[in-house]
Design a binder for this molecule. Structure first.
Ligand SMILES: [Zn+2]
Length: 90
């Protein structure tokens, strides 16, 4: 088990998922998605192909805030699913 693992409760996860859903409904997010650029690979995509990605995943203690969510294309999103955005000492 990773030493930096944070304690995240079911309730935290539910709350952050709810906040993510609210954030997806904002003009801020719609504009960001409409720009059509994947944060990770820099590729151009149709807005509907971009998903909301948490830089620090919710299960790792990440929050659904403007500073922690980015538009991501589906391949990048699934490639990152179980990765942390920073290198780990392995
Ligand atoms: Zn991408």
């Amino acid at each position: 088990m990773a030493p930096f693992l944070v304690e995240v409760t079911e309730e935290d996860i539910r709350r952050e998922r709810r906040k993510a859903r609210d954030l997806r409904a904002t003009q801020w997010w719609k504009r960001k998605r409409a720009a059509g650029v994947c944060h990770h690979c820099g590729g151009a995509f149709a807005a509907r192909e971009l998903t909301m990605d948490h830089l620090v995943p919710i299960i790792r203690g990440g929050k659904s805030t403007k500073g922690n969510v980015v538009p991501s294309c589906k391949p990048c999103n699934s490639a990152r699913k179980h990765d942390l955005p920073f290198p780990t000492a392995s």
